[in-house]
Structure formats: C-alpha cells, structure tokens
Design a protein around this ligand. Structure first.
Ligand SMILES: [Fe+2]
Length: 417
C-alpha cells in the first residue's frame, strides 16, 4: 500500500480511537462513522460501501453511512439474529458465522449492489452492525492486508456502536430516575398538602391557612436568595407549622369568643407539640420541626414558647412568623374581618423590630412590589388575596416608603456595629 494511503488509514483509525469520547451526541457518532467509511473507501479505492447498525429489538439493520449504493437502496434490512442463537453457540467464531448468515439472507441485494466484503460488527458475541464494501475500481482482488484493515475498522466501529448504545441506555436510565424522583417529590408534597388541609379542617375559620403560609414562606425565602432545596424545606415548614394544633381541643381553637388565660396557655402548647410530632421525622436541627417550634417567637423576646429574642430565633422561624401574620391580617376570621392593605403595611411598619424580623418583611415587600410592577409573570399574591385587594396606586407608594424605612434602619444597625 502506498504511504499516502497508509497515512489516510492511520488517520481513520485515529479518528475511530476517539470514538469512545466523541460519541456523546448521536450526530457526532454518525459523522464519525461516515467520515471513517469515506477515508477507507478512498484509501482502498472502492466505489461503494456502507455501515449499518443492528437493532435486536426491531430485528433490522439501519444504515448509519452509505456511499455509492444507488438511490433505491432501502434505509433498513430486516434480519432476525435471535433465531440464530442456538446455532451460533455451535458455530465457533461468531463473526464468521454472522457473515455467512447475512450473505445468505441478502444474496440478491448484495449482488445488485456488487458487495464484495461483508464484515459483521460483533461485540461480546452480540451482533451490533455490519460493514458492506463493494469491489475495487481496478477490479483487483483484496489483499490479506486490506482484509485485515477492514477487520480492524469493523472492530473499532463495533466498539463505537456498543459504547454509543451504553451511553444512550445510561441517559435513558438517568431520565427514568429523574422522573421517578420527581414523582416521589410530588407524592411527598401532596401528602404534606393533604396533611396541611387536615390541620386546617380542625380550625373551621382558617381554611387554607396552612397552605397559604407555606406559599408565602416559599416566596419570601426565594426573594431572600435561598437555594431551591432550602426554599422547598421552608415551604413544607410553612404547610406544617400549626401541626401541633392537632393535640389542642377543637373547642379552644374554634372558640367564637376571646379565650381565657387557661385556654390560651392550652393553645400556646401547639408549637412545642408540633416540634414533638415533627422532630422524629427529621433531624431536630432541620427547618421543618424548628419552624413548628419557634413560629410564635418575637424578635423583642415577648413571644412563646421560649421567649427567644433577636438572633436567637432561627431565620426560618422568623420567615414563617411573617408569613403566618400576613395571612392572619389578610383573611377574614370569626371575630374580625381582614384588614385593608394600607392597614397591613402600617402594622408591619409598627411591628417590625418588635414582633417581626426586618429581613423577611423587606423580602415580602419586594415580592409584592415585583408583582405590582408586573415584573413577575404569575400574579400569585393577587390570586390568593383577590384582584381588588392589591391596588397598585395605593399599595405601591406605601410599600416603597416602608421598604425605604426598613432599609434605612438596617443601614443604621450596620453602621452602629
Ligand atoms: Fe401557630
């Protein structure tokens, strides 16, 4: 073989050796097979040739690359390799055996295409494809070296196809796993939501409260830049924050009058009871039980159950506290109607630094402003509060001035350190 042609073949095999790395995309793989076939056809001086991949599930060869086979060549050839298994075991070398069977199955086709070499691609005794090559333009016979070259090409492309399939299989499995994980997550979320609805059932005046607190907590945490895993956790913490109410008597929760001190201390057991219920399901440091335990603490230390103040209160509990109060103010209760939005803003202005931590209030204001300014596609607050409740003309300036005041306060706090 002349040197230039040897160089071309070496180039082809160098390209094939890279197949393992280059087959990430189907297009790359097909391109690689096509260019390799062209190089080999050129180097051996052949008029036509093809590489077909074998798919056992559909019992057919599909052409990955074909050159000079004529316009009427089919895109696939039906071939059932499964029937051959028994015979294969007795036949010794699989590629010889497959060659004979493929030749005899497509005698007429190969004659019309003038195929001289049929080289099956066999990996671990499994048929993965075939290389078909026409005769030389010079009509000379193939030398044993040239047959060796074709055999090497067959092994390389066979391994390439095999790897390519493994990769596709891994991708399919990964996709299946991802879907399974998504399904499990949605089952988990739906279970939590069902549980939240059960909590709210006990309190007939606060229907949907837990779910709304879950949502507000989620939106506040996202606005504060929390990562998605933490956002999901705090949403569930919000859904389940009042789970401890399940152990408080229904009459106390539903009392249509102001409850007395004894009843009030019974009601105030619910954060600790919630923690007892949720702690065994999670790490006790985890957001969900912590939220249940501390969502009634106040930053001035006048909350319950422990009277924690300032930084002693976990941030997740501060967020749910704001979400819980926002929902309490903006929904009708048995003993009072909901507040108008300007009053809600005024309450937040008065109580931030006393009941509420500033960061979640700032985040809530920002999230509301984004919706009023049309920066968000979804009108999620409007959907929960009703479209007449949030009026841009009145609400926007109030939120802006509250934000300015809170941010000035934060700057002053930072300056005083
Ligand atoms: Fe509560």
């Amino acid at each position: 073989m002349p040197n230039a042609e040897t160089a071309k073949l070496l180039h082809a095999f160098a390209a094939l050796a890279d197949l393992g790395e280059e087959i990430a995309a189907t297009r790359d793989f097909e391109q690689m097979v096509r260019s390799t076939l062209h190089v080999v056809l050129g180097a051996l001086g052949l008029r036509r040739g093809a590489v077909a991949e074998y798919d056992a599930a559909s019992s057919a060869f599909t052409f990955v690359a074909a050159w000079g086979m004529g316009d009427d060549a089919p895109s696939e050839l039906k071939f059932d390799a499964r029937q051959l298994d028994e015979a294969l075991r007795e036949a010794g070398e699989p590629s010889r055996y497959f060659e004979r069977r493929i030749r005899s199955s497509f005698r007429a086709e190969f004659e019309s295409w003038q195929i001289a070499i049929v080289s099956p691609l066999v990996v671990r005794e499994e048929l993965v494809g075939v290389i078909l090559l026409g005769g030389k333009a010079t009509e000379e016979a193939f030398t044993s070296d040239e047959r060796e070259v074709v055999g090497t090409m067959a092994r390389h492309i066979g391994v390439g196809i095999h790897n390519h399939r493994l990769l596709r299989e891994i991708e399919t499995r990964a996709e299946e796993n991802r879907k399974l994980y998504e399904d499990l997550r949605s089952v988990y979320r739906n279970t939590v939501r069902a549980f939240a609805a059960a909590i709210d059932c006990k309190d007939k005046y606060t229907q949907g409260h837990s779910e709304r607190v879950g949502k507000y907590s989620e939106w506040i945490a996202r606005e504060m830049g929390w990562d998605e895993v933490s956002v999901e956790e705090i949403a569930i913490g919000g859904y389940l924050h009042d789970v401890g109410k399940l152990v408080v008597e229904r009459d106390i929760i539903n009392a249509p009058y102001r409850i007395d001190a004894k009843q009030s201390s019974e009601l105030n057991r619910h954060p600790a009871a919630g923690f007892e219920i949720l702690a065994p399901l999670h790490d006790t440091e985890a957001t969900i039980p912590i939220v249940a335990k501390y969502h009634h603490e106040r930053v001035d230390g006048r909350g319950y159950p422990e009277g924690l103040a300032g930084d002693k209160i976990p941030l997740c509990a501060k967020i749910v506290n704001v979400a819980d109060s926002f929902d309490a103010m903006t929904t009708d209760r048995t003993y009072k109607r909901r507040k108008e939005f300007p009053e809600v803003v005024e309450d937040f202005r008065k109580s931030t630094g006393k009941q509420f931590a500033p960061q979640p209030v700032v985040a809530l204001c920002r999230a509301l402003l984004k919706e009023l300014d049309g920066e968000t596609r979804e009108r999620r607050f409007t959907r929960l509060l009703g479209k007449d409740y949030l009026q841009k003309e009145t609400c926007r300036p109030l939120l802006l001035s509250l934000l300015e005041e809170l941010e000035a306060g934060e700057r002053a706090a930072v300056g005083s350190i």
